[in-house]
Design a protein around this ligand. Structure first.
Ligand code: HEM
Ligand SMILES: *[C@@H]1O[C@H](CO)[C@@H](O)[C@H](O)[C@H]1NC(C)=O
Ligand SMILES: *[C@@H]1O[C@H](CO)[C@@H](O)[C@H](O)[C@H]1NC(C)=O
Ligand SMILES: *[C@@H]1O[C@H](CO)[C@@H](O)[C@H](O)[C@H]1NC(C)=O
Length: 328
């Protein structure tokens, strides 16, 4: 709260122009204590809602985690992905939203409702999503970390902004690395964050090219795994059919994903590529050997992901309703 005020003052003060010229973007000062005086129980409130929702359906876990990633990579971590469209033109309507599961949106909306009862107009939807993404990981046996807070909710959400900003399942390691590096995420961060694919589902259409295409379509699958996938995903299967991304422990946030890569059980080319590429393979091996190392790297990378494109001052607001801008 304090930091946000300070940022606001900078812009409204008489010297705003001068200061703004010196500090092109009012640098966001995120902190785990951001709401200490204004909404001290925010994390407990969110955790309660998330726990209830996870009990209702496990999909809450992958859906919320992926929602956070998509939010941060498009326009920064500003809850722009949660804006409901009026005419199918918001971020969530982009073809590239890659079928974000509704349970992630629902988690944030429900948590926001509970938080508003206690601290109206104080906590941003972007922060609630960041907290919820941490909680779902912890609730599926993954690590727990201190979430930085103080993001504002964005004022823009356009479907047209999504294209090209999110990684595709057929991407090569070099291209993935470049896309993540643009957000200050290293190869180690990229490998760690990809470990999120230890939970959740993927639709057959997302890897059909690799499964049925020419050999050049991607690195080879383990033969038995490929047979299993072809059974679950016959050539003209309904686009609604999905498979577990981690075929071994799909509901546990663990390091089995990395062991899978070494065994040819990476579902997407982009997953398998991490084991093929010389720069990322040592990291894959390290995480496969030692889950603690994976957890440490994942925590660090999630905190960094949470800093991408954060809005402050005039570039944001605390939405009353996560699905609509305040002025609409
Ligand atoms: C490295 C590049 C990445 C690519 C190419 C990629 C691509 C995909 C694709 C194509 C799906 C399947 C969606 C569907 O068929 O419904 C998926 C699912 C998922 N992704 Fe990624 N992703 C990447 C990185 C990440 C990161 C960084 C995270 C989070 C930190 C993440 C979290 C998830 C989760 C949890 C799911 C499962 C969603 C569900 O079950 O609803 N992904 N990803
Ligand atoms: C994702 O985009 C498609 C259109 O490309 C839309 O039909 C679908 O409802 C969107 N998903 C969500 C969760 O908004
Ligand atoms: C990029 O990440 C490094 C550490 O991983 C950090 O020290 C630095 O401040 C970050 N830069 C930006 C612009 O976020
Ligand atoms: C895993 O890594 C942690 C942290 O670096 C280290 O303390 C631990 O000894 C390692 N465990 C194994 C089995 O190598």
């Amino acid at each position: 709260m304090e930091q946000r005020r300070r940022c606001g003052h900078l812009f409204t003060a008489a010297v705003a122009v001068l200061v703004a010229a010196m500090l092109p973007s009012c640098t966001a000062k995120l902190s785990p204590d951001y709401y200490r005086s204004t909404c001290p129980d925010v994390e407990a409130i969110v955790r309660g809602v998330v726990a209830k929702k996870v009990k209702e359906t496990f999909v809450t876990v992958p859906a919320t985690l992926r929602l956070f990633f998509h939010d941060c990579f498009v326009q920064g971590c500003d809850a722009s992905v949660i804006i409901a469209s009026r005419s199918n033109d918001a971020e969530k309507d982009a073809p590239d939203n890659l079928s974000l599961a509704g349970d992630g949106f629902d988690t944030v909306v429900r948590a926001k409702a509970e938080v508003e009862k206690r601290c109206p107009g104080v906590v941003s939807c972007a922060d609630i999503l960041a907290i919820a993404a941490r909680d779902v990981v912890a609730m599926s046996s993954g690590p727990h970390w201190a979430v930085e807070m103080g993001r504002l909710d964005g004022l823009v959400s356009k479907a047209g902004d999504v294209a090209g900003r999110l990684p595709g399942p057929d991407m090569r390691a070099k291209d993935l690395a470049a896309m993540f590096a643009a957000h200050n995420l290293t190869t180690r961060d990229t490998v760690a964050l990809s470990g999120a694919h230890t939970v959740g589902f993927a639709h057959c259409t997302r890897f059909a090219g690799r499964l049925y295409g020419p050999a050049a379509a991607g690195p080879a699958y383990d033969a038995a795994y490929a047979r299993q996938l072809r059974e679950a995903c016959p050539r003209d299967v309904s686009p609604d059919i999905a498979v577990n991304m981690d075929p071994i422990t799909s509901t546990v946030f663990d390091n089995v994903y990395y062991a899978n890569l070494a065994a040819g059980l990476g579902l997407f080319s982009s997953d398998q590529a991490l084991h093929v590429d010389g720069a990322s393979r040592p990291v894959v091996k390290e995480f496969a050997r030692n889950q603690t190392r994976f957890f440490e790297a994942f925590k660090k990378a999630m905190v960094k992901l949470g800093r991408v494109g954060v809005k402050t001052g005039r570039n944001g607001e605390v939405r009353k309703d996560c699905t609509v801008f305040n002025d609409s």
